[in-house]
Design a protein. Structure first.
Length: 256
């Protein structure tokens, strides 16, 4: 399967709307909902066209290099380090750092953790994850690679979109057409490499999306990728917290 750019997905949704005969304002309302993201996946999941000269963008597990003086409890493991310069530029619609590295340390089953931005040239110390024998041993270390992608709100219904509700409400035929557009949009963003770690975009929440409380996703970490568990950790914050690099205020939440 070929990786489609965010603009290509937007164009494909427009084409689908025209093919279904939907009014342009209805289709454009769904196009505006689409948000870009970056997927971080293992090499074997990379689209074929991105494999040549692929550069690792992140690393799961292994020791972390953290800023000197940061107090992290001994039991909190290092999960992920992201090479910010290896994340494609101009893709995300959040202010993710473009320099240095981001180290994420957090537990599997508990809310809370550390999102540490380490600027290039900053003084750091090496920190090894704790030894574990409780069934939650982390996988790794191994590299992950970046693939630009697109997201759509989870469990989207036509009634959530004002233009679609005005067009379809009370008309079974129109409702079916809008439902088909949603299905086609969802199929465009549902890619094999999109089930690993995700930067930006909508949270792939099963319930209680963090967007409902005014937060936006910074990173989603499915624990199946890093430890074999079934939970997902979401790191999120307000747009202001992210833009102003107030990373200590970011929220860590676990969904199982």
């Amino acid at each position: 399967m070929t990786a489609l750019s965010h603009e290509a997905v937007r164009g494909a949704v427009r084409d689908a709307g025209r093919a279904l005969g939907l009014p342009e304002p209805v289709t454009e309302a769904f196009v505006r909902l689409l948000r870009p993201c970056v997927h971080l996946c293992p090499y074997e999941m990379l689209p074929e066209e991105l494999r040549k000269d692929a550069r690792p963008a992140a690393r799961v597990g292994g020791p972390a290099r953290v800023p000197e003086g940061v107090d992290i409890p001994d039991y909190v493991p290092h999960v992920l380090t992201i090479d910010c310069a290896a994340i494609p530029t101009g893709v995300l619609d959040i202010a993710f750092p473009t320099d240095g590295r981001v180290a994420i340390l957090t537990e599997t089953t508990d809310d809370g953790g550390f999102f540490l931005h380490v600027p290039t040239g900053a003084e750091t110390v090496e920190r090894h994850s704790p030894e574990r024998d409780d069934g939650q041993t982390r996988r790794g270390p191994f590299p992950l690679y970046a693939v630009p992608g697109t997201t759509i709100p989870a469990r989207l219904h036509w009634s959530h979109v004002a233009e679609a509700a005005d067009y379809a409400e009370g008309d079974a035929g129109r409702t079916e057409l809008v439902d088909r557009l949603i299905e086609q949009a969802e199929s465009l963003v549902d890619v094999g490499w999109g089930h690993d770690i995700q930067l930006g975009g909508y949270s792939p929440a099963w319930h209680d999306p963090l967007e409902d409380r005014g937060d936006v996703l910074v990173v989603a970490i499915p624990w199946g990728t890093v430890s074999g568990d079934d939970c997902i950790t979401y790191v999120s914050g307000t747009p202001e917290e992210i833009a102003e690099r107030r990373y200590a205020e970011l929220a860590f939440t676990v969904e199982c």
